[in-house]
Design a protein around this ligand. Structure first.
Ligand code: SF4
Length: 245
């Protein structure tokens, strides 16, 4: 079975000046990669199982994103002001040193795969479907990143998400969602009192142009994280002036 691409044509809408919605984001999933992620390599009927899981999950995935073309109003020591709202993070502040324009965003694949997984009554199947949803979310995020690069003529961009580092805690979801406006009405993503996004298969953050790619993982010492995108870099941590955890 070859890599699966959803063939929907993404649709972009300008919601109001500077606020953009992208619907029907195409995703691509590689069944062989999926077999590896689901640790089914030794299972004789792995491909058949993956095909069946994808048949179940793909129609339930509805990837969409919205983002704002925003400008930095003020740069302070350990904070930046964007659209009149303050974001407090030493790392974000340093990453935005050369930037003037940024792209705060919320991206989701919706909640239907999670619902299906939760109602399956089978923990293993739940895990399989949740993993497919996670990979679909990453694929949608890759699409958004490429879309921003292409449409705004940016050679390199990176992103940070509230809660990915102690330096930028999850409470910073509040100004982010305030900046973007009504995320629930726009793409159906709600922020709870405890700063979690519902549906859970959602990502929020700020994309910014950069000369050197940045990953929060470079400053994170969590061991055996399946989502790690870059190795921990002690020197970089010192460059950002972050104290020992
Ligand atoms: S290593 Fe894992 S927990 Fe740490 S920032 Fe990267 S993805 Fe997040």
């Amino acid at each position: 079975m070859e890599e699966i691409h959803t063939h929907s044509v993404s649709k972009q809408n300008c919601l109001k000046y500077g606020l953009m919605l992208i619907e029907n984001i195409p995703i691509s999933l590689d069944p062989n990669e999926l077999i590896r992620h689901l640790r089914l390599g030794k299972y004789e009927n792995a491909m058949r199982l993956v095909e069946e899981l994808l048949e179940t999950a793909l129609p339930l995935i509805a990837p969409k994103a919205f983002y704002e073309i925003a400008y930095i109003d003020k740069k302070e020591d350990d904070a930046v002001e964007i659209g009149g709202l303050s974001f407090r993070s030493r790392v974000l502040r340093k990453n935005l040193d050369p930037a003037e324009r940024v792209f705060p965003f919320v991206l989701t694949i919706g909640g239907r795969v999670e619902e299906k997984a939760g109602s399956s009554g089978d923990l293993l199947r739940q895990y399989y479907l949740e993993t497919i949803a996670d990979l679909a979310l990453l694929s949608a995020a890759a699409y958004l990143e490429n879309y921003l690069k292409k449409h705004y003529g940016l050679s390199k961009i990176s992103s940070m998400s509230p809660g990915s580092l102690p330096d930028w805690p999850v409470t910073e979801q509040k100004p982010l969602f305030a900046l973007l406006g009504d995320a629930e009405a726009t793409i159906g993503v709600r922020l709870t009192e405890s700063m979690l996004m519902i549906p859970r298969k959602s990502i929020s953050g700020i994309y910014f142009p950069t000369e050197v790619l940045f990953f929060s993982c470079q400053l994170c010492q969590r061991e055996r994280c399946p989502g790690r995108k870059a190795v921990f870099d002690e020197t970089l941590k010192q460059t950002y002036g972050l104290a020992e955890e």
